[in-house]
Ligand binder design. Sequence first.
Ligand code: GUN
Ligand code: ZN
Length: 442
Amino acid sequence: MINRKVELFRGDIFYFTSSPLEDIHAYRYIPDGVLAVSEGKILATGSFVEMKKCFSDASVTDFSGKLLMPGFIDAHIHYPQSEIIGMYGRQLLDWLHEYTFPAETMFSSPEHADYIADFFVNELFRNGTTTCMAYATVHPESVNALFTAASQYNMCMLTGKMLMDRNAPEQLTDTVERGGTESRTLIEAWHNKGRNRYVITPRFAISCTDKQLSEAGRLHRDYPDTYIQTHLSENKSEIDQTLSLYPDCSDYLEVYERAGLVTERTVFGHCIHLSEAESHRLASAGAAIAHCPTSNLFLGSGLFNMREANRLGLQTTLATDVAGGTSFSMLRTMGEAYKVQQLNAYPMSPFESLYKCTLGSARVLKLEDEIGSFKEGCYADFIVVEDAVTPSQQIRKDCLQRTGKWDLENRIFGLQILGDDRNIAATYIEGKAVKFKFITRE
Ligand code: GUN
Ligand code: ZN
């Protein structure tokens, strides 16, 4: 500890140590605590009184009364869709053609990609998200732009070039060969460079031929520590179209299985309409599901059943899926996840939701030794959260305090149901505060 500069951050410390589904007490909550940070990493957590004695020379940044917790991890989001958030009407396949593909076409311009990447990273930080697994577009420039923007802050970014060789406008399609070559070049350039990680990204079965999906599987075998992301069983028409494009497959998951894409490093978006057989196969492969409630409601896709997923031993995370999703805020996402699960008669606990946006997500991404908690040695990627920034939040807090019920569960649940970007007082990456910007095009 000698000669190392240590900084203390004072506040109410909260983080998970394991899954609340296995042990409801698997967290640490230290009211008036301290997060000790050195060289961008977590050194220790403890009570303010004790830690001040241990680190008497350390500077103290005082966030007394606010929650300090690990930054959110959004495991499924589309950065090129930032501009088309909240566009009216339509279900998935029409929405893709009407809004998404035109927006993604713009990324042949590196200037546009840089501008949106800068906007996107800033918007993540403003909402308290410190890591995400993002889709780019088919253009390699779009990947370069996002990794470059993230690298300016040393944030942990996972992304990759979209693979699409059919059923999309010509400007958005590649070929099996080009998709493979461009992906390899990007993997060599970015994967494991700093905190960047590459994600092999076939968009979904409708936009990829079986040859292209097989090429994606080959890429993963050649670079086994990359990730895979794609969409699965989001929308009924999507499922019908997929099965008619792949008549030899008995179900949607089999399309990806044949290509070697169902692995423990794969994150499947949505998975709302899986059969029980598909769920079992996903669980035994150790693949993960990103549940995206604001998107599923907005696009009318359906109600993901979290209770069933838990029962079958599936790994799940929560994610925004902007711009099918309608908010960058993981607090809003947790609020909508609660409502979706209410419709499944499963009033999901606020701890389960928060776990699936922090340590649970880190585990899905095999990054739990780096992010998602305040375990010693993890990166000091954390957020400062204010409980009451609106009159409704304040009056609720007053009521709970007056009646002696201002406990951790009520505190977190209030943030999930009423909170958003306004509750994020600060975001830190590697112990450094990120300055929020309001980005507009000149
Ligand atoms: N399925 C294939 N592409 C997309 C996309 O961009 N958004 C969503 N929500 N689903 C998809
Ligand atoms: Zn998506």
